[in-house]
Design a protein around this ligand. Sequence first.
Ligand SMILES: [Zn+2]
Length: 365
Amino acid sequence: MTTTAVTAYVVRESPPPGRLSVVGLDDLEVLPDRLRMPRLTVEDLRGGSLLSGRGTLRSDPRWSAGHAPAPALNATVRAFSLTNVAWAARRLLQRVEACLGVELPHLHIVVGCHDNGRRHWSGGHYRLPATWYSELPEEGPVAPTGEVHLGYGRAFVVHEGTRYLHSPGHDVALVSHEVAHHVCRHVADFRLNALRPAREHTNHRTAVEEGTCDYLAAVMIGHPDIYGWHRGHLPLTDPRRRCLAAPWTMASFRGGHDADPHADGTIWAAALWEARWRAPEVGFPSEHVDAALLHGLARLGSQHFTERDEENLRARRYFGTLLAAVLEAARDASLAHHVERVMAARGIRAGWSNAHAREVARGCA
Ligand SMILES: [Zn+2]
């Protein structure tokens, strides 16, 4: 096994985006416009010779702050996206695979998507093959095992005292959130996509999945303010900030087709985060909560259904369904009791529907 040195943001003590660091990637194949690793490819959609020059695997994104001439800026931003995304994605995928003892299906990550030539896309999403998408249609077929799409970015943030293009591929939390959708699809399969025809998957995500992805993003950066880098202008209590340190309870849950599953999911993510940081109080490393969650997801995924029954699909939307699976999967009864207690204080109880939990939390039931 060979290890290649690349640059990436490592988020530990420092807040996002983290500290620019040289890290090692194992079994890395470097092509001019993409990086290949076992079960993972990270590609720049526009192609070219981004990774052909000396030092491109160790490019310094801070030069993208506006000091370099435009073409160099562009190549630097894009080259760093490839190494940073590869590092962030590989870390999460390896952690899940090691915890569950599985190999996840191949993930293809494409940087530079949904760019209309005049306006860069500043977002990211996880896509499964479908005949129709509610927004941002796909020009070509999506890989059967799923793809993460990231834009080049267009908004500037202040970083180290200077203007910095917030390229989604530079944001470890954002990348981790989208990669976590791949984990959810192939470990829990919340929407029972495995029972759908190969090219007719649903890309509608539920609040419990969005919250789980936010939690895994926070775990990977070790910080609850996952989007504080590019949404720092929003108050910590604004649901759009998606800060997991907020005291959300089921009383804030909206639900229904008009509600944003990301905002609703923050209630689940924040409760899990509290269980995580308080785990040492009851004698457990925080990582044990992560493991219980992953094994809970696997427990959901192992349930055998022969058809996409409405009742099953509805139950898989409930925080209480995943919580029940997490409690069953927890290796230690006192850890399960700890998670149960923290969740109950937020109005989340095993087996309860989201609507019932909301009514109880609002004192209406
Ligand atoms: Zn998401």
